[in-house]
Design a protein around this ligand. Structure first.
Ligand SMILES: C[S@@+](CC[C@H](N)C(=O)[O-])C[C@H]1O[C@@H](n2cnc3c(N)ncnc32)[C@H](O)[C@@H]1O
Length: 278
């Protein structure tokens, strides 16, 4: 165990907030230590001060990425919480496609953003849903964007290569057989899915530049780490990126009450999702 002084803890907490907006307070000493002790040791640092200075001066951003991963847990899985993907499959995809078709007479564009995508399971689940739901999908201009602050998870996401544990979580055998190729104990997503998604590094705490507008945004299980003010600001800026009457999905334990009045809650079975109203 590496000792951490009160001052080191404070400096580290402020640094974590600075690099990714994750808010911790001094009561989180145990969490900081259990999550970061391993990284401090792995990087050969004798103290938390040395680790802090090393992270601050690491121009590759690798240490920051590792810290963010350790603090936030990049936990994710295919079709997480199931219901949002069921709503997409049975309702929203067709609804949006038809709405755009009736306006222009042409197969339209559909843009979806997975904000804080982690290792890609969320956006690839959406890509599979779209392939399963839209016939003649190649006629449509589908754009799937996935962003995360961490290069570590983005590299893994781009590779689209998952181990036995990862493919055992959330995928049906039918989707696994259809969209993955097994190779050396790993399962590689096929090009038809990989090529649908663009990954980009993005810190949700910073202004969104050049993202364009989305029909649907998934921003799940990341805002829980932010302060109330930062959450308000985040969902306000996310609302700006969504087309009028477009949709937002947040995590199953998250809520927008008292955070944003720019969305109305829509209840569908066991799930609540949000529609932009202003
Ligand atoms: C628990 S995962 C959520 C993954 C996925 N959305 C889901 O619900 O399954 C949280 C992710 O948020 C990312 N993250 C943390 N702070 C961030 C920030 N300020 N901007 C963008 N991504 C951030 C982490 O790197 C991590 O991959």
């Amino acid at each position: 165990m590496i000792n951490i002084t009160k001052q080191e803890l404070q400096v580290l907490i402020e640094y974590i907030y600075e690099i990714c907006g994750v808010h911790l307070d001094s009561s989180k000493e145990y969490l900081v230590k259990t999550r970061l002790d391993g990284l401090v040791t792995k990087n050969g640092c004798a103290s938390y001060s040395e680790f802090y200075y090393r992270a601050r001066s690491d121009r590759t951003g690798k240490l920051n990425g590792d810290m963010i991963n350790a603090i936030t847990t990049p936990e994710t899985l295919f079709f997480r919480d199931k219901h949002p993907f069921e709503i997409m499959r049975t309702k929203l995809v067709n609804e949006i496609i038809q709405k755009k078709k009736s306006k222009t007479g042409l197969p339209g564009q559909l843009r979806i953003w997975s904000a804080a995508s982690s290792t890609g399971q969320e956006i690839y689940s959406l890509a599979m849903i779209l392939r399963e739901t839209i016939s003649n999908i190649d006629k449509y201009r589908i754009s799937l964007m996935a962003t995360d602050i961490s290069d570590v998870v983005l590299d893994l996401a781009r590779a689209g290569r998952y181990n036995k544990f990862e493919i055992s979580r959330g995928l049906t055998p039918q989707l696994l057989n259809k969209y993955f190729i097994e190779k050396d104990q790993y399962w590689q997503l096929k090009d038809e899915i990989l090529k649908m998604v663009k990954f980009q590094k993005l810190n949700l705490m910073k202004p969104f530049v050049g993202l364009g507008k989305f029909d649907i945004v998934f921003c799940r299980n990341v805002a829980i780490y932010f302060t109330l003010d930062d959450r308000k600001n985040l969902f306000d800026r996310i609302a700006d990126t969504i087309v009028p009457e477009g949709y937002l999905f947040i995590g199953s334990s998250e809520f927008l009450t008292g955070i944003s009045d720019r969305f109305k809650a829509v209840r569908h079975g066991k799930t609540i999702y949000y529609q932009k109203v202003k």
